[in-house]
Ligand binder design. Structure first.
Ligand SMILES: [Zn+2]
Length: 112
């Protein structure tokens, strides 16, 4: 399944195709990058389309190289992922309300 994600916290000079590819690798595959947003033309986040494997726990951050400062942890937001359960992959409920036995570290609310 391909999905748009937004990556926050990237410096403008890191909003590049090479970063997009690294983000894609964190997920498995990069599907698409909107070329207009290279170098931050679309604003505060970097938007890329990646191939998601819904049976894997979804990432909440990606670690991206940041020169001498070491990897930078960039928060991710998944677009249009309302009422989608990351755990069992079913639409209609969120992971917090999953009837299945969800591991605790997946049930943490955003912002924790
Ligand atoms: Zn569920």
């Amino acid at each position: 399944m391909c999905w748009w994600i937004r990556v926050y916290g990237l410096p403008l000079d890191k909003m590049t195709m090479s970063t997009a590819r690294k983000i894609g690798e964190c997920f498995g595959a990069l599907d698409y990058v909107d070329g207009r947003q290279i170098n931050g033309n679309l604003g505060e986040y970097f938007r890329v389309k990646v191939e998601l494997t819904v049976t894997n726990p979804l990432l909440r951050v990606v670690l991206l190289p940041n020169g001498d400062d070491g990897p930078r942890a960039c928060p991710i937001q998944y677009e249009k992922l309302n009422k989608f359960c990351f755990f069992c992959g079913v639409l209609g409920h969120e992971v917090e309300l999953c009837p299945k036995d969800v591991p605790k570290d997946m049930a943490l609310p955003d912002g924790s």
